[in-house]
Design a protein around this ligand. Structure first.
Ligand SMILES: *Cc1c(COP(=O)(O)O)cnc(C)c1O
Length: 378
């Protein structure tokens, strides 16, 4: 009785929003302002209203958002940036693109996020290598905010800038009521289609409360433009948010809070049904996660994947190799065994479908499938 299940709710969402999205795209084609059209500014205002950041800056993708955050700080050769090893490759990539050096930090086994207790060791590593430590990029992996109180405190004590890579966590809220976008001096996110708030192509945004940083980052977004259109005052990028993507996102942000609430309800339901069978993701009380992924840990991941596949339940592995062991980055790390939690998680994690449009019966099918697979994998 195997059936086919989608890994996300993007099909249901498309059916729900199709009329609005088609109309929004048609408006852009009619007015013809494809580059920095009015929808970009409208969406930036909607982002700020949603998360409370003073400035929201639409950019071409989440990777550029991170690169612009490092560029505005003038980070380059001779500088070190602290970054968790258990993350998506883009977080480490931008540091190297700018000629700076990543110093990989281990993560917490329960939250999957940067472990602040490992920062002093990373600081010593940077110093020993003769590098100037400049910034910490914390990642809210799978949608759960990192320990921003601890990261910000460490940054303050050591004259570093904290940058929040919130590519997976836009929509999340801490227990004290602070929305993603306001947890660090600079926050970046991605609207890649599979992210919690995704468009129909590439897109990203940067958030800050600092007027000066915002002005410079807006200039970097358009080739380092000065006051006049063809005046170039700094090295920049071509990294504008596409007008059609902004038009699509304007429709999606309207229902995003409701979708996030439904993701949280599904995650709670999964956790209640699965906590006795395997290691479920831990979300501190009072936190709203964006639940980009619902990620569990098992010893025999391949077997669970195969058994669930037989019942039509898709799974995914984010991420099978930590950054310090990646072929392209390993020369900047300290090799196998150096960041044990990141390495262990890379071997054990597996993500289940996360669909805000599901009924409890849909979730029950996944829970029952994991239960019956566990009879085999135990
Ligand atoms: C997706 C992602 C990015 C990059 O975003 P793009 O829009 O694909 O460039 C960066 N960091 C993390 C943690 C991500 O998940």
């Amino acid at each position: 009785m195997a059936k086919t299940i989608a890994f996300t709710g993007l099909d249901e969402q498309k059916i729900r929003l199709r009329t609005t999205i088609d109309a929004n795209i048609k408006k852009v084609i009619d007015h013809g302002q494809f580059i920095m059209g009015p929808e970009v500014g409208q969406f930036e205002s909607a982002l700020s209203a949603f998360c409370g950041a003073r400035h929201s800056i639409g950019v071409a993708n989440g990777t550029d958002a991170l690169q612009i955050a490092l560029m505005v700080l003038g980070i380059g050769p001779g500088d070190a940036v602290f970054v968790p090893s258990f993350t998506y490759t883009a977080t480490a990539e931008v540091i190297l693109v700018l000629g700076a050096k990543p110093v990989f930090v281990d993560v917490d086994e329960k939250t999957f996020n940067l472990n602040p207790a490992d920062l002093p060791r990373a600081m010593a590593e940077a110093k020993a290598a003769g590098l100037k430590a400049r910034a910490i990029i914390g990642v809210d992996l799978f949608g759960l905010p990192a320990d921003w109180d601890a990261i910000n405190a460490f940054a303050k004590d050591h004259d570093l800038v904290a940058i929040s890579d919130a590519a997976q966590s836009f929509g999340a809220i801490t227990a004290t009521g602070r929305s993603v976008g306001t947890h660090a001096p600079i926050t970046t996110t991605s609207f890649f289609p599979a992210k919690p708030l995704g468009c129909y192509g590439d897109g990203g945004a940067i958030f800050t409360d600092d007027d000066d940083l915002a002005a410079v980052m807006k200039s970097i977004r358009v080739h380092g433009q000065g006051k006049a259109k063809y005046e170039t005052v700094r090295i920049g990028l071509n990294s504008r948010l596409d007008t059609i993507q902004a038009a699509i996102l304007l429709a999606k942000i309207e229902i995003f809070r409701e979708e996030t609430d439904r993701r949280n309800a599904l995650a709670d339901y999964y956790t209640a049904g699965l906590r006795d069978i395997l290691a479920v993701p831990e979300k501190p009380a009072g936190v709203v996660s964006a639940w980009a992924q619902y990620t569990v840990r098992v010893r025999d991941r391949d077997l669970l994947k195969t058994e669930l596949g037989k019942r039509g339940v898709p799974t995914a592995v984010y991420y099978p190799l930590p950054m310090h062991l990646q072929p392209a980055y390993q020369e900047f790390g300290r090799g196998k065994g150096s960041l044990p939690v990141s390495e262990k998680l890379s071997d054990e994690v597996i993500s289940l479908p996360m669909n805000p449009y599901w009924t409890e019966a849909d979730a029950d099918y996944v829970i029952e499938s994991v239960q019956s697979a566990s009879a085999v994998t135990a």
